[in-house]
Design a protein around this ligand. Sequence first.
Ligand code: 1QQ
Length: 400
Amino acid sequence: MKRSRIVLYLLIITSVALLPFVAMAQDEVATEDVQIGFWDECPAPENLPETVSIGAIFGLSGPISVYGGSQSQAVELALTEINESGYLGEGVTLVAITEDSAGDGEQAIAAMTKLVEEDQVVAVLGPTLSTEAFSADPVAQENGTSVMGVSNTAIGITDMGDYVFRDSLPESSVIPGTIAQATTILGLERVGVLYGNDDDFTLSGYDVFVQALEDNNIEIIGEETFARGDVDFNPQLTSLIAGEPDALVVSALAAEAVQIITQARALGYEGPIIGGNGLNSPAVLEQSGEASNGVIVGAAWNIANPAPLSVEFAMNFEEAYEAAPDQFAAQAYTGAWLYATAIRCADSVDRTEIRDALAAIQDFPSPLGLFSFAEDRNPIHDPVVQIAQDGKFAVLGAEE
Ligand code: 1QQ
């Protein structure tokens, strides 16, 4: 299929699908006074100290900061709202002690050890990468402290123990739908696959992609690998493109994804590029410019979500930071509210009581929808499939 035809087709489907979305969003905001935190399943707590500290471990420096920066901002926004609304009771302040993991497992272990053993935080958000989580989460588990991934999507994160949670949809809950929908819309038959083979998230994404491609009877005409930090993908791309695939399937983190997208286009490849969670940052689209048109990626949240709490969150985030929030912000913001709710319900700073209260949260209204953890402490909610158009993620023709 020619790229111009694909783009035109996708544009039509997407605009038709988005029309009711946009109309509904404006309507609901105008008529409803929405605010997060009106979840009054638990009474206002009475036994909390003046200051309650949670930890946050995010990638704030290096290439991973495209994710960690927005996560950290979103947590601060949530804390401001939590404290201003008196959610934890009169005179009680929830604070986050934030550490930079820089995308590195060892640094994440050091951060987790400091937070859990020295700072005695009641629970921890993060770390940003699955690779970091596999290194650092055992420290939280051994110390009986909850850790909640807000962007960990690899298979097996919560298998590390009963104190390990995540509110980020795993790739295994997102990619099958992305491939199925892309196959229906684009008529995919043959694809080339490119993935990072030294990172838990990119490896896990690769496994999930392969399974989904198999389930949709799509032939893999070639597979190529790379490592984190690589900058030249021309050999791998040249080989994959020579096989004339209907799409390129890419499991990569942001820095490598930008190079892959721009180099593929420079080599003359005009077809769709289907990516995993690493491509979900708006920074990937900004940095790859026009080359990102036609990038397809599944997500846990899209800014066009018309649900009142989602619209309210996006508005408040934009007001606070003069930038639109992304999926990583929505998940981090929800994570902070989930911890606040667990602390409120536990009415205690006992780490085990907070863990138990967290696991018991059901149908908490959040920008991600009514949020509940499954028995295995993974999130339960629906993903959305997106396509990059002119530097933005639009919802890929959900209803035709
Ligand atoms: C993981 C991911 C990354 C893209 C998070 C930023 O999904 O490491 O699990």
